[in-house]
Design a protein around this ligand. Sequence first.
Ligand code: IPM
Ligand code: MG
Length: 364
Amino acid sequence: MKKKIVILPGDGIGKEVTTSGKKVLEQIAECFGHEFIFDEALIGHDAIEATGNPLPDESLVKMKSCDAILFGAVGHPKYDNDPTLPVRPEQGLLKMRKELGLYANLRPIKLFDELLEASSIKPEVLRGADILFFRELTGDVYFGERGRTNNNDTAFDTMIYSRYEVERIAHKAFKAAQTRRKKLTSVDKANVLESSRLWRSVVQEVAKHYPDVVVDHMFVDAAAMKLIQNPRSFDVVLTGNLFGDILTDEASQIAGSMGMLASASIGDAVGLYEPIHGSAHDITGKGIANPLASILSAALLLDISFGLKEESESVIRAVEKTLKEGYRTRDIADEHTPQEKILGTEVMGNMVCNQIRISQLAEK
Ligand code: IPM
Ligand code: MG
């Protein structure tokens, strides 16, 4: 198979982790006889520094003409601490999601057995948890009208959803539920918000097309509690952009660390794959970031965009094996991890590549 992949390293540890994600894709190409052609593009703080624009047109053109995108992260502390700066890295990310029509963000919360102890939640509560979030990604308060009034002393952001936006992601989420445990929880705040009442009624209508899926509706505050109290009670979770942003950071703790969670953003055309963690400037340049979320994002890319199930599974198995052999990055290590098993970003990525190679050789 011949495919074009654009790598968007972005800012901070984005660069470090996508280097590992790309290496894994190269390893897969070599072992399974595919040809992946890589290109790179700018986004975020680096793009602002180089061009004044957080998402230069040149980057968008590249993204629109490739088969899949592997993305790192954007952000820089300079902007976090100065809310008055008019041009910001995150604008590039949001524009990219909108321009590429990436309306469905899939965030699988998969717990590797080896990391049961890495979470701050009790192992007996966690064991067996397996959740697939569908976070709507191009609507809501992220893209609604916003502004200032009253001499700049009042600010507003509009939470807004249209029927078609809820319908298209709901269909995707129900279809996914049909291939899993056939349970879907739609999360909203319909006791307060009008946009949530629309959300709920559209989900109820879409549900009629999927009689084999059991649906429940939950308010976001209750869902936040239930996620920690009984994560096993969830299968597919369908929710809006803002609630999904918050709940998936929370849910990352079920998987032990943000450093483990991959995501896929899909929609009208090309798919984009990225870790759910951010640019993490506190650890940037130290070579200690966990590359597994980027590597697992590459696995999602192989599966969802290219339909390469076997290749995707070989990446996931290689991650599992690496963890089983006791290797950890700092974020998932604990007091029992021997010092020599705590790896940096690059070595961890190489370990996973080795495992892919070894298991391929074993099969031959
Ligand atoms: C995410 C991030 C982004 C979001 C930020 C960086 C704008 O937190 O992808 O979850 O809020 O969507
Ligand atoms: Mg987030």
